[in-house]
Ligand binder design. Structure first.
Ligand code: ATP
Ligand code: MG
Length: 338
């Protein structure tokens, strides 16, 4: 059995050939700090975020697309893989994605975390490549294409051609940073302290990165920072826009930098085809318009944007045979096997 794994900062997704996507759960784990015991991972753990008693911790063990707490990531992957594996005998081969700008140590940590769960071999693929494949772009032809995968931890921006990355950039702290900005905004303007999950829900419900055409409202509940009592505020789309636009502009700036460094022939191709967006955060209202406004290029959202990376890792499974037979071609998207 071969498995495709998108170990994201916010969500982990698993895809199995023939079956398609078999798991999509928040990358959250809860543990008892006194008994040193894992309590839950995924959806069950997400529900506990910010609501646990002191001895129980609920955390996202990845930060900015890389592993922050190795032991917890190992446990989390173990729980997820055991949910989807049908056989205890056949050890799976895994294709997993990693952000473009990652150190050798960070790469090793991903491989170690995955291998600890009886995996035969781990193959890595850059997130941007996987996203482009999952979005249906042909990355193997000599025609350049540009993909921007915007997730909770990172935005991976790349121009690809002939199976390789021509120019790329990884912007760290995107979705999570926006949630932080919303928390700060509500505290500053309304003296109300809200949690990360509330901020995220508010962003997903009414957030936008262009001035909103129609004002939507989302009620956030929290604690009054002066009196310590519970209170709510009805947040407006324009306020969320104000809070998150700077972070969104960081992504736009990254895209402009990649365009500036792209060789002229490839930029011609990008001019013809435009930019494709994927990743959960690309669904934020106005992201396509904002990028289009600054780059003068057509920008479109991929189908099922949040699933592009895991689908792309899934399509890359078919290249494993090439790597194993030693006949890997230069259009093989997989990086070294471990
Ligand atoms: N409908 C939506 N509108 C706006 N934002 C959304 C929506 N759905 C999810 N998001 C946001 O998308 C982000 C998660 O996206 P995604 O699942 O692609 O991230 P990830 O793969 O876990 O992270 P990364 O790839 O950066 O490590 C979160 O910030 C989440 O709040
Ligand atoms: Mg991702």
């Amino acid at each position: 059995m071969d498995i495709a794994l998108d170990l994201g900062t916010c969500n982990t997704r698993i895809y199995i050939n023939e079956k398609g996507k078999v798991l999509d759960e928040p990358s959250v784990i809860t543990y008892d700090a006194i008994l040193n015991e894992i309590l839950a991972a995924g959806k069950d753990a997400y529900r506990m975020l910010g609501k646990t008693p002191t001895k129980i911790h609920a955390v996202y063990p990845l930060e900015g697309g890389v592993i922050a707490e190795l032991d917890l990531v190992e446990e989390m992957i173990g729980i997820f893989l055991s949910k989807v594996s049908t056989s205890k005998v056949i050890m799976p081969r895994v294709v997993a994605c990693i952000p473009g700008e990652i150190t050798e140590v960070e790469k090793r940590a991903v491989v170690n975390a995955i291998s600890s769960f009886g995996v035969r071999r781990v193959y890595l693929i850059e997130s941007a490549k996987a996203a482009a494949m999952g979005a249906g772009l042909d990355i193997t032809s000599p025609h350049g294409c540009m993909i921007v995968d915007i997730g909770g931890g990172t935005a991976d921006i790349a121009v690809l051609s002939l199976g390789g990355v021509s120019v790329s950039r990884t912007i760290k702290d995107v979705g999570k940073q926006m949630d932080e900005e919303i928390i700060k905004y509500v505290r500053r303007k309304y003296s109300l302290i809200i949690g990360g999950t509330t901020a995220e829900q508010c962003k997903n419900a009414i957030g936008c990165v262009v001035p909103p055409a129609e004002e939507k409202v989302f009620r956030v509940k929290g604690r009054d920072s002066m009196r310590g009592l519970p209170r709510f505020v009805d947040m407006k789309s324009s306020e969320i826009y104000e809070a998150i636009i700077e972070t969104a502009m960081g992504v736009v700036k990254g895209i402009m930098e990649v365009l500036e460094k792209t060789p002229p022939e490839l930029i011609g191709d990008v001019y013809t085809d435009g930019i494709t967006l994927s990743g959960g955060l690309s669904q934020l209202e106005g992201f396509c318009d904002l990028i289009s406004q600054y780059t003068n290029l057509n920008v479109h959202l991929a189908d099922d944007p949040a699933d592009c990376v895991v689908k792309g890792c899934g399509s890359a499974i078919e290249y494993i045979a090439d790597v194993e037979s030693g006949g890997a071609t230069n259009v093989n998207p997989l990086m070294a096997a471990y």
